[in-house]
Design a protein. Sequence first.
Length: 112
Amino acid sequence: MTHHGSATAPRRDPTRVREQPALTTSSGREWLLLGGLLALVSLAVLLPLSGMHPDIALVGAGVVLLLLIGMGVVRAAVPRRRARLVTLAVLFGAMAVVALGTVLLVAASTLR
């Protein structure tokens, strides 16, 4: 129902991915904590793999660290909450993809 001259605001659906608290109301601290944990696990896997293929594993570990640093910069520098949280989520996802991709590349290169 509308009042004279004003439209009603659309209802928010909390089950939609884009409207989850991690992307709408978080300060970003949670993303940094999870990013740090993911980086720690990734490095715990990638650094031992550097004995097999140091070029691949060390580059992957470096990219993971750069993405974590990027997350810290974004949290500190991006003032708009929604843009900050979406960017942190994308960087977190990129970190996971890089870590997994690096492990798969090392595994594939050992099969040759």
